[in-house]
Design a protein around this ligand. Structure first.
Ligand code: F6R
Length: 638
């Protein structure tokens, strides 16, 4: 490793690799596991794997299944031990990690049934301690774990070793942390349904593995990853114990790596290769750190804050300040600088993302006489509470005569059937087809109403109902050829010169990421002139001032009207069924983010707008770089 690379990773207490995206991580880690399985098979020995559940490892399991099917990867010598299971939990429940592992891996490869071990969540309390001891013993008898795969929770847990877990802890029953329960709420249709406890392998059990790989993806993991990688070893963050393991490493996507010092402020670690983007990052950082407007920054400010080389490149502070200031100003585009009379196609993953993320620009583009089509990619029906459906059933009953909905007995028995299916449902059960349809329709009516409030009409809305989403479950299928062909057909019909798509990829279920994938793949196949791609954010994240390439200002009145449009999504109002880690309602996040961007611009010494939306605009064939990771940040750590 070169000396300069060592400098950039010097705060990292464990080797870290940052790979391009989920797919790269899946193929790298699955490749490593496959190599181990094959090497052990050649030696006539078992490969003992420690496995994790959750959203992060799913791609790895998918890749292992592909290798089994297409490359004959043989799992007959594999022995597995899963990290944990909720308590209480029946193994067949949709929430059970037993079932998760069957559906995501074991049912599709040839691991012998007797070689699979997952802690049990269905035992009487008095038997749990014995079960935990037996689990430890089974690991020992298998010869110990060769390769332990880990995810990380926002509480810093590995397995379910919540804050306070000791270095010497073994497999045991543990109470789940509040943060963990909040994060699991999405899967359980509400925090109140998340089990209070879990059985988990202990810290010492995990550290006894011969090799450990922790993987993390997504912006929501960035803070805890930094703590785990750069922070002191402490029981508050169980993942820090990995620093003490001789063969532990961390594999991240750029979003999860975003808070590492080598990514956030690499100039504080050593000589960086300055690019215009990095220069802007550094100047904005310095302005915030010194609490001075950009144009007030002095050469001394740069020299005192690790930025001598940057200021030296420009001779003095003045030209550099001016350059970054002008570049920021140039990003601001009010209505007069926005497109007019163009064909615009907006893709909205869920029926409310359009108004949440781009409600301001949508109105302005309508006022500019553009021809706008808004395509709702999924129905979003999974995120509608049952009580909403009941309310509309009641509405149908009460309005039967006025709307001439037909014979009372027939309508009554249909409604009763739907109500009975709701009554029989347990949290997490898949809805009956009729209920799924009703939930879809509820969201369609909300989307139309919101669109109308931005000045567009029902005729401008298209509901794609992409098949990947239609599992009726929280977990979705991967994007398939039909999703791409539906998307492509619409692009071919509209022939847009501008496409909008969601670029906030940290939603709890990964739907936004998959929706962007469908758009990207369809655009790759589209033979017409490549449209400009505007990526918006808002519900889950926001573009930073330096990432954004276009900033669209809004007055107080425009922000108010945008929020009124978000209010039309009543099924998502007050309590969103899937809020993710942020407890605020979507309109509150939007208000905070849009006003925050404007406020930051003001503190940097640029004009004081009331609020602004941020976009990354890509020309023609350009595609999204999820996060601008400086070259120095990539590659092997310590
Ligand atoms: C799961 C487990 C947990 C998860 C962690 C991250 O078996 O032990 O530690 O790895 O909560 O979960 P995701 O990947 O869903 O973010």
């Amino acid at each position: 490793m070169s000396r300069s690379q060592a400098d950039f990773t010097r705060l990292e207490r464990i080797p870290v690799r940052i790979l391009e995206d989920h797919e790269a991580i899946a193929s790298e880690v699955a490749g490593r596991i496959a190599a181990l399985i094959r090497a052990r098979a050649e030696q006539g020995r078992a490969a003992v794997l420690g496995l994790a559940t959750g959203s992060t490892p799913v791609g790895i399991y998918r890749e292992l299944i592909r290798m089994h099917r297409e490359e004959g990867l043989d799992f007959s010598n594999v022995v597995t031990f899963n990290l944990d299971e909720y308590v209480p939990m029946e193994p067949d429940s949709v929430h059970s990690y037993h079932r998760f592992m069957r559906e995501n891996l074991f049912d599709h490869v040839n691991v012998p049934g007797e070689s699979i071990h997952v802690p049990r969540g269905d035992l009487p309390r008095e038997d749990i301690d014995d079960h935990c001891r037996a689990y430890e013993e089974a690991i020992r008898l298998a010869g110990g774990i060769d390769f332990q795969l880990l995810g990380i929770g926002r509480s810093g847990h590995v397995g379910f070793n919540e804050p306070g877990s000791g270095r010497g802890s073994r497999t045991r029953l543990i109470y789940l942390d509040t943060v963990t329960r909040a994060d699991a709420a999405s899967d359980f249709f509400g925090e109140e349904n998340v089990p209070p406890e879990a059985v988990t392998m202990g810290v010492a059990t995990i550290l006894a593995a011969r090799e450990i790989v922790l993987i993390a993806t997504g912006e929501h993991k960035a803070q805890v990853v930094r703590r785990a990688v750069e922070g002191e070893v402490h029981a508050d963050v169980a993942a820090t114990y990995l620093q003490e393991h001789p063969h532990a490493s961390v594999v991240l996507d750029p979003a999860a790596a975003a808070e590492l010092t080598r990514v956030r402020t690499p100039w504080t670690l050593g000589e960086v290769v300055w690019t215009p983007e990095l220069e802007a990052e550094a100047v904005v950082w310095l302005s915030r750190r010194t609490e001075k407007p950009i144009l007030h920054l002095s050469t001394k400010d740069y020299r005192d804050n690790h930025l001598s080389s940057l200021v030296a490149r420009h001779g003095s502070a003045g030209p550099l300040n001016g350059d970054v200031f002008n570049r920021l100003i140039a990003k601001i585009r009010g209505r007069s600088r926005l497109p007019t009379k163009k064909r615009i196609l907006v893709f909205s993953p869920h029926p409310d993302d359009d108004v949440i993320s781009m409600g301001g620009v949508l109105r302005k583009l309508g006022e500019n006489d553009n021809h706008i089509t808004v395509a709702y990619q999924t129905s979003g029906n999974i995120a509608v509470f049952d009580h909403e459906v009941r309310r509309f059933l009641d509405f149908a009953k009460r309005s039967r005569e006025v709307l001439e909905l037909g014979d009372e007995r027939r309508l009554g028995s249909t409604l009763q059937r739907v109500e009975a299916s709701l009554d029989a449902k347990r949290p997490g059960d898949v809805d009956s087809e009729a209920v799924q349809d009703l939930k879809r329709i509820i969201r369609e009516t909300e989307a139309v109403s919101a669109l109308e409030s931005t000045g567009l009409s029902e005729a401008d809305a298209r509901f794609l109902d992409l098949p990947f989403y239609q599992t009726g479950k929280v977990r979705k299928d991967p994007i398939g050829p039909r999703d791409v062909s539906i998307t492509r057909a619409l692009i071919e019909e509209v022939r847009p010169s501008i496409v909008f798509a969601a670029g906030d990829l940290s939603d709890p279920h990964g739907t936004h990421r998959m929706c962007l994938d469908a758009v990207t793949r369809a655009l790759d196949l589209y033979e017409g002139p490549p449209p400009q791609l505007w990526l918006y954010r808002g519900a889950w994240q926001e573009w930073s001032l330096t990432e954004a390439t276009v900033l669209v200002p809004m007055s107080a009145e425009e922000l108010r009207r945008k929020i009124m449009a978000i209010f039309k999504h009543q099924s998502q109002k007050d309590v969103a069924p899937f809020p993710g880690p942020d407890p605020r309602e979507f309109w509150q996040r939007v208000e905070d983010r849009n006003r925050g961007t404007a406020e930051l611009l003001r503190t940097l010494g640029l004009p004081a707008y009331y609020a602004m939306e941020a976009y990354v605009v890509l020309e023609g064939g350009e595609r999204l770089r999820v996060s601008a990771v400086p070259t120095a940040a990539l590659g092997e750590g310590a």
